[in-house]
Design a protein around this ligand. Structure first.
Ligand code: IVH
Length: 693
């Protein structure tokens, strides 16, 4: 990430260098200096995270942050809970405590029709008789609802919605949100301020997160909302801090000493206390103005003008005293409603649920549907993503469901038609045992996992992962042949591929001598693939293509990596503590060591990367790759490295070139947008070839 490093990541110069910007006076006590530094860092954080308008270069921020940390190291009493250094606190929690909400957290009545918006306005008008009133419209942020509590301006507690009455205490996780102030200043601050809002996963970061997870063999998040929910459920705030979540606030909870008469005034107050609010919340006098505002918001949403996904508009009666006259139903206020924007969707029946086992044992629930046409194809299966999503959407077998194509590719079940329930629907129970091997399953956050390393369903996925193009690139070993080899017991792990004989292959269905020989040739050709690909192919949890290459470049041999301590592994660029831990543990496992011995015995000899030629044509140049290129992304990474260049995963001002292939998407990739922002050159394959020469 760029901008305020927040971790004081060492790019520091002597503090005096910046003395002109934040003068150090010899008469100031260390206490005053700490106060000045903390205030300045808060101001810089606000500018960066709240207003997206950085005030100083990263280096300058880092220097101030480092000075703050040094002061706190020398005087630990300065590190009070609201110090900017205290966002990521303490050890992982054993579990979340429960919090009872002082006021229940309600939901909203939904509609998809403008007609119902007009009916709502009429109903409110009737109820209020002649009393003048107005409405506001806000984005309906598709995130995770939370309630925050500030006492005397200090953030003291944050909780999830839970069942509306009681939620989880996620204070430590919320403290890591960089656009959330830990202490408030400003006029009219109430003694007790409870404020409600939505934690979201910034859309720009979401695609990158899922790409990373896919490469690393980790289960994908369904959408930014699901990623935010999964992140907030982490018991270790250090993991949450890395995810880069953010928050928007829109409503009040229980407050003491608050003077406020309307939603418009509330938003102004939150803003003056530097709390993040939706950047767009017009006031409307009547139904026509509301319908126009809803249309305007839809346009802004399509232009991706918000950092979060929004699935609708929330209409609220502006005047607070009048809200009380309208009151609540059992679960939603009568003074507000949500208008939802619809995507292309189809309605069908969910006949059954099956469970797919992934390479690392993650179990994904899959909906088996009554086939239905949608956006140009017939859909008979749709992902239910994970059990958190199943529960949130209350999906049952036999339900009439709405499906959508997420990102135009994978169909997903988005909503149940609850009104069509007959009572005969059955709950979807997470399986107790693995559908592939019958071993008991265990929970890992919101994901259910099979932890049996010998599970045949996992073996098939692992074999496919091993043989795929960006890994060992073994032609012909795909879904069908891989499945047969495992079902027939000819292959129990990827090392067995290298002991296959022609006679064995000829026992398989529809396998003539010529194709059997082709299979063997393909396997043969893979024995000396680059070490980086081999490391990726092994399927070590969290190790993607890029990490495999970085590890190969750093350690130079399998043996060196196998013998490395955790700290040495963590020192490799782009390898964090969690990945280092996973790699270290993988190489300590006796079964994995045995696997490596068998690879070696069977002549698998991964090649260390060539040392980039000093003075190579791309020496000192950093590339970021986006879009689809004419050959695999890995082969381009290999070319760049061999010519002395580096490859990074995101665009910053340190990037020299963005190598851009075809893009299938309607919108330009976020990397191209970033390139434009930082003035980085975008080149195609042809220009890339020229650079290589
Ligand atoms: S006001 C009394 N405003 O949508 C109800 N909710 O479907 C207060 N949401 O539970 C909700 N953006 O989590 C409100 N601008 C916004 C919102 C918003 C998203 C969520 C919220 C609520 C859910 C209802």
């Amino acid at each position: 990430m760029e901008g305020p490093a927040g971790g004081g990541n060492g790019k520091t110069g002597p503090a005096l260098l910046f003395g002109t910007l934040l003068p150090k006076s010899p008469v100031l006590s260390f206490r005053d200096r700490h106060h000045t530094l903390a205030a300045r860092i808060r101001e810089l954080d606000r500018a960066y995270y709240l207003e997206a308008a950085p005030l100083v270069p990263d280096q300058e921020y880092d220097a101030l942050y480092r000075e703050l940390l040094d002061l706190e190291a020398a005087h630990p009493e300065l590190a009070t809970p609201d110090s900017p250094s205290q966002r990521v606190g303490g050890a992982p929690l054993p579990e979340f405590a429960s919090v009872r909400h002082a006021l229940p957290m309600l939901s909203l009545d939904n509609t998809y029709s403008e007609e119902e918006v007009r009916t709502f306005v009429e109903r409110v008008g009737k109820n209020l008789r002649e009393i003048p009133h107005t409405f506001t419209v806000e984005p309906k942020i598709d995130g995770v609802a939370v309630s925050l509590r500030y006492e005397k301006g200090r953030f003291v507690q944050g909780a999830t919605r839970g069942d509306g009455q009681t939620g989880d205490d996620i204070t430590a996780n919320l403290r890591t949100l960089r656009n959330l102030p830990l202490s408030l200043e400003g006029k009219g601050l109430p003694e007790i301020l409870e404020v409600r809002g939505e934690v979201y996963f910034p859309t720009a970061a979401f695609a990158a997160l899922n790409r990373q997870r896919e490469a690393a063999g980790e289960p994908l998040f369904a959408n930014p909302r699901n990623a935010a929910a999964g992140s907030l459920k982490q018991l270790d705030p250090r993991v949450v801090a890395k995810r880069g979540l953010a928050i928007v606030l829109y409503g009040p909870g229980h407050c003491e000493g608050l003077e406020c008469a309307s939603q418009v005034e509330w938003m102004e107050k939150l803003k003056s206390w530097h709390l993040p609010i939706p950047g767009w919340h017009p006031q409307c006098a009547d139904a026509e103005a509301l319908v126009a505002a809803i249309g305007e918001l839809d346009r802004l949403r399509r232009e991706s003008r918000f950092p979060y996904e929004l699935d609708g508009a929330v209409i609220k009666l502006n005047e607070w005293p009048l809200r009380e006259r309208l009151g609540l139903t059992s679960k939603a206020p009568r003074w507000a409603m949500a208008y939802k924007y619809g995507a292309e969707r189809a309605r069908t029946r969910l006949n059954a649920v099956t469970f797919q086992v992934g390479r690392t044992g993650t179990i994904t629930p899959v909906a088996e549907l009554e086939p239905v046409p949608l956006a140009g194809s017939t859909v008979a299966r749709a992902t239910l993503h994970n059990f958190d999503e199943v529960e949130r959407k209350q999906i049952r077998i036999g339900d009439a469901v709405w499906i959508e194509k997420a990102g135009e590719v994978i169909p997903a079940v988005v909503e149940v038609d609850l009104a069509a329930r007959t009572g005969a629907e059955r709950k979807i129970e997470p399986p107790a045992e693995c559908p592939g091997c019958a071993a008991p399953l265990s929970w890992d956050g919101i994901f259910l996992r099979c932890v049996n390393p010998a599970c045949p369903a996992q073996l098939k996925r692992r074999l496919l992962h091993f043989a795929q193009r960006s890994a060992m690139d073994i032609e012909r070993v795909g879904e069908v042949l891989g499945g047969q080899l495992i079902d027939r017991g000819l292959v129990r792990d990827p090392a067995d591929l290298y002991a296959l004989t022609l006679d064995q292959l000829l026992t398989l269905e529809r396998m003539a001598e010529k194709s059997a020989q082709n299979v063997l040739d393909g396997i043969e050709a893979s024995r000396r693939r680059p070490l980086g690909r081999f490391l990726f192919a092994l399927g070590i949890l969290h190790v993607g293509v890029t990490a495999g290459q970085e590890l190969a470049a750093h350690f130079g041999s399998l043996d060196a990596l196998a013998a490395a301590e955790k700290e040495e592994i963590e020192a490799v660029p782009n390898v964090g503590a969690i990945m280092a831990e996973s790699i270290h543990a993988w190489f300590r496992d006796e079964g994995n060591r045995e696997l490596l011995r068998r690879f070696a015995e069977r002549g698998v000899d991964p090649q260390p990367p060539e040392k980039p030629a000093a003075g190579g044509p791309l020496e000192g140049k950093t590339f970021v790759i986006t879009g689809t290129l004419s050959a695999s992304r890995e082969s381009f990474v290999e070319k760049i490295r061999a010519a002395g260049g580096k490859v990074a995963s995101s665009v910053s001002k340190l990037t020299d070139y963005v190598l851009s292939g075809e893009s299938g998407a309607a919108k330009p990739s976020s990397k191209l947008t970033q390139a434009k922002k930082h003035g980085v050159a975008v080149i195609g394959e042809e220009e890339f070839q020229q650079l290589l020469q």
